[in-house]
Design a protein around this ligand. Sequence first.
Ligand SMILES: *[C@@H]1O[C@H](CO)[C@@H](O)[C@H](O)[C@H]1NC(C)=O
Length: 451
Amino acid sequence: MTFLPCSSGVFRRTNLPPMEIQLVLTVIFVVVSATVAADYVRPLPRKALQFPWDLKPASYPQQVHISLAGDKHMRVTWITDDDSSPSIVEYGTIPGRYDNLAEGESNSYSYLLYSSGKIHHTVIGPLEDNTVYFYRCGGEGPEFQLKTPPAQLPITFAVAGDLGQTGWTKSTLDHIGQCKYDVHLLPGDLSYADYIQHRWDTFGKLVEPLASTRPWMVTQGNHEKESIPLIKDGFESYNARWKMPFEESGSSSNLYYSFEVAGAHFIMLGSYADYDKYSDQYRWLKMDLSKVDRKRTPWLIVLFHVPWYNSNKAHQGEGSDMMEVMEPLLYAANVDLVLAGHVHAYERSKRVHNGRSDPCGAVHITIGDGGNREGLASRYINPQPEWSAFREASFGHGELKIVNSTHAFWSWHRNDDDEPVKSDDIWITSLVNSGCVEQKRHELRNLHMIP
Ligand SMILES: *[C@@H]1O[C@H](CO)[C@@H](O)[C@H](O)[C@H]1NC(C)=O
């Protein structure tokens, strides 16, 4: 199968603009996907948001977002309709005064009848830690501000997957906007553009208020794929618009990479990139895991889209193949926490490995409940598996506060009538001083991860 749909009722055709030839192809794909759709009930998704037409000059920077780009650096990404607009970012620590200037690169892409604007990617830095910077893109337009993450723990992450652009998305983003956090983590499924390219642009506008102020670190989901047999490989729009620091982390693909921030090493895997033992992703993962220094980064956290531990009936078993190949590596390396999306509900596991709870395994959290138009996945396998600690089908977001080298506080906040209500929380202690590390030395050797 080349395309994994989340549901059958994917498109509301009345929402589509007229004249979209892409619609024809879309309908073909919907028909194909409907035949393999999951059977869960989705109560009351909210409507897609309306985006008023705004008349701005063609050189006006749009859809500004930032991402971490190696030690003390940040990548600023934005789009202009004007092809001659320069890829420069002016920045400094005082409003209106830009003592620094960086120049970057740009790209663009076409997708059937759609042509993107000029997509600018400019890396700025070296930047001070935990510092507010003011910046301007392309030499004009409004001033934005960002805050760099701290160099040391504590640090806080906001987590929301499967966002889309509906009323529920807005509710989730509003709640995240009320939090104090340093970095946003997104385990796949961003815009739900699903071949309709201008929806990537409206998504970019929707998230700009948050994504221009804190780094957004994302990985791909099935809704980013947008492949068309013989015409388009997958992930063209996603890769062009959401460039992540894969080069900085020795990866050859934007679909998997790693980064370090404060005391945590993050690995972003690709559920939709090859992951078998002979794949580049597998080789890269092994290499990246063996570079982790738990003295420098006592926390090891992994994100990908399709959950391995899922007791929801939606997408049941879809992650098994990847889990079979890659879980031994993550286990041997003492991964603390795995964050996934895809299933439109929330679930948290105990520490688990090989299908059973295990004090030396990772905690797995599915947080695919950001608010997309497909609605919630509310049918569960009963009885609840022994490894599953908490599950609920509601929209919401997560917050991960890593307090120090041994303790992190995880909480999940449900969108309850538009109020963020904390519904689940737990202290997670890192495996670093747990005795698991010593126990697993032979596994690391067997996997050729240490000599
Ligand atoms: C880490 O934080 C936890 C929770 O606040 C606290 O109980 C523990 O003493 C801290 N450990 C260190 C080494 O500071």
